[in-house]
Design a protein around this ligand. Structure first.
Ligand SMILES: Nc1ncnc2c1ncn2[C@@H]1O[C@H](COP(=O)(O)OP(=O)(O)OP(=O)(O)O)[C@@H](O)[C@H]1O
Ligand SMILES: Nc1nc2c(ncn2[C@@H]2O[C@H](COP(=O)(O)O)[C@@H](O)[C@H]2O)c(=O)[nH]1
Length: 205
């Protein structure tokens, strides 16, 4: 019996580059996916729902989850904690799903190390830092202080893009969506690699 039948698709990129927007645009084109809902200590934004966008929690509870070993990965990003719970990921992988992560560059490093064989990753960005700043400002969800911090962090995050399998410049939503769908299809093909042993067994038995 195969342990993993699914595959992982990681999206990273500076805050405001358009990861959530792109994902919402392409979900209907991806079969059998599971979006990994992260746990965070960040305050919910207007319109965000617990259990849909994030699992919102306190710093104390988050630290308890770290101690218990509940996270596949976790990181401090822009001054808040974010983490991926291991249990639902295992379940979705065993069900053969494409598990989609929207996580930062630190999280990508950890998941790569732990689950390299099943990971396909894509770094998403805007054409320029100015575009990023405009998007964060126009989104209207964060204070100027939070935006400034995210812009500062974007300058370091951009250096990580070479660690990723693919790179998308989200200048045009339609074009970027098509590129993301192609990458999701590649992740799907990767999941088929785990059928190799089973196929061989079927042939030889
Ligand atoms: N191709 C695009 N052209 C113009 N605006 C865009 C494009 N893609 C996304 N946006 C806008 O940019 C803003 C930021 O997008 P979004 O919230 O999806 O970013 P994000 O990468 O998920 O951010 P975070 O990491 O903070 O969650 C939104 O207001 C969105 O409507
Ligand atoms: N390492 C992880 N990073 C995560 C996770 N969930 C989200 N993120 C990243 O945090 C920033 C900020 O998100 P925001 O919703 O506050 O704008 C963003 O880059 C996400 O990719 C996680 O579980 N682990």
């Amino acid at each position: 019996m195969m342990e993993n039948k699914g595959a992982i698709l990681i999206l990273s990129g500076p805050s405001g580059c358009g990861k959530s927007t792109l994902l919402k645009n392409v979900y209907k084109e991806i079969d059998e996916y599971y979006f990994s809902i992260s746990t965070t200590t960040r305050e919910p934004r207007v319109g965000e729902k617990h259990g849909v966008d994030y699992l919102f929690t306190t710093r104390e509870e988050f630290q308890e989850d770290i101690k218990t070993g509940n996270f596949l990965e976790w990181a401090e990003v822009h001054g808040n904690y974010y983490g991926t719970s291991l249990k639902p990921i295992k379940k979705a992988l065993n069900e053969g799903k494409i598990v989609i992560f929207d996580i930062d560059v630190q999280g990508h490093d950890i998941v790569r190390k732990k689950m390299d064989k099943v990971v396909t990753s894509v770094f998403i960005t805007t054409p320029s830092l100015k575009d990023l700043e405009d998007r964060l400002t126009n989104r209207g969800t964060d204070s100027q202080e939070v935006i400034d911090r995210r812009i500062q962090n974007a300058k370091s995050e951009i250096r990580f893009f070479q660690k990723y399998d693919y790179f998308i410049i989200n200048d045009n939503l339609e074009k970027a969506s098509k590129e993301l769908i192609s990458i999701a299809n590649i992740a799907r093909v990767k999941s088929k690699l785990f059928d190799k042993d089973e196929t061989l067994n079927n042939w030889l038995s």
